[in-house]
Design a protein around this ligand. Structure first.
Ligand code: DAH
Length: 353
């Protein structure tokens, strides 16, 4: 029996504990009522009377040692547990992850600048759908069915109307932002006081073009519309002169060139002196010194009437320009595809603008 006690003594002394599981194993083996020490105490009865006292003392010593060890092991395990809970596994000496904030896209920058210029002279911003009916994109703007003017804008049709006769409700991706003009004018309620319209309408447009350096199937325009009593061609010229002066380099020249649009009469295209070569001639301006930036004109009385407004009383002008084109001239971007390729080497060049 004494041998057994000695053996267990040694075992306890050498015991190490690193986890709550090991602590529980220790408890089961030495402390619990089913453990080895309790078992030895039970065996005390069969020890001869003469030795019983001495063996009993040894057993008590063993029992105390086990209890002491158990207490200090439990303390240790408790401490380990709580420090694991309160200290997050974060190494504060590691270098930080750099905060890579992106830059604003050049088209966003230019759109914001265009809005700012027009807002300061009293234009508000309006919006309209990109998926549009034939009527809003073409019909109401004086493009009759099968008229050759439709050839100027190669269109993505998304849904043909049911009846083969009613082409005006065919659905398409808008080819220009001019649809928003119609929606704005239509909102004037007949019989109520006319509220002048002075809005610009930025947005995305779509045409069936093969993607190249000079053309894309998706691009951006800003439309402008001013309708009120006594709005004349002079107001159109003043407004666009002001825009060009604010947007481009000082000394930029501007010219109005007679043109044709189904929804304006008279119509004019607006050219500015080439920002790249200063008007001397280069491949951007096709060696003419001039670059077209917008279409414009006095809104055709028929278009005003199509929207339920009396064209005898109200007149107005409209214009439309491509944001990509303005950006190209302002920042010398020679390939349209750069805008949508998401190449950070291109985008980073606009940092801080
Ligand atoms: N919608 C024309 C286009 O995309 C541009 C345009 C020309 C808009 C004259 C107008 C305008 O409002 O009056 O080619």
């Amino acid at each position: 029996m004494l041998d057994k006690v000695k053996e267990l003594h040694q075992e306890i002394e050498q015991y190490t504990i690193n986890s709550p599981e090991q602590l529980e194993q220790f408890r089961m083996r030495f402390i619990s009522r089913k453990g080895v020490i309790t078992e030895l105490f039970e065996g005390l009865k069969s020890v001869p009377q003469a030795d019983r006292r001495a063996v009993g003392q040894e057993l008590n010593g063993l029992k105390n040692l086990a209890q002491e060890r158990f207490d200090s092991f439990s303390q240790l395990v408790n401490e380990q547990q709580s420090s694991a809970r309160s200290v997050a596994p974060v190494d504060l000496t590691l270098p930080t992850i750099p905060n890579l904030t992106g830059t604003q896209h050049p088209l966003t920058l230019v759109r914001q600048r265009i809005i700012q210029i027009f807002e300061r002279i009293g234009f508000n911003v309006a919006d309209g759908p990109e998926i549009e009916s034939d009527w809003y994109n073409f019909g109401a703007l004086n493009f009759p069915d099968n008229h050759p003017a439709r050839d100027m804008q190669d269109t993505f049709f998304v849904e043909k109307a049911n009846a083969d006769t009613d082409a005006s409700s065919d659905m398409l991706l808008r080819t220009h932002t001019s649809n928003v003009q119609i929606r704005l004018m239509e909102r004037q309620k007949p019989g109520t006081a006319f509220r002048p319209i002075r809005s610009i309408m930025p947005g995305r447009v779509y045409r069936n073009e093969t993607i190249s350096a000079r053309a894309h199937c998706m691009f951006h325009q800003v439309e402008g519309l001013y309708i009120d009593r006594n709005v004349g061609f002079k107001d159109l010229k003043d407004t666009l002169y002001h825009f060009v002066k604010e947007m481009f380099e000082p000394g930029t020249r501007i010219r109005f060139r007679p043109s044709y649009f189904p929804f304006t009469e008279p119509s004019a295209e607006i050219d500015i002196s080439c920002q790249i070569c200063g008007g001397k001639g280069c491949n951007i301006c096709k060696h003419t010194g001039w670059v077209e930036i917008a279409g414009s004109g006095m809104v055709d009385p028929q278009v005003i009437a199509n929207c339920g407004i009396d064209p005898e009383e109200y007149t107005g002008f409209a214009f439309g320009m491509g944001i990509e084109r303005i950006t190209q001239l302002k920042y010398v971007v020679n390939d349209l595809r750069l805008y949508t390729e998401n190449d950070v080497r291109f985008l980073r060049q606009f940092e801080g603008l």
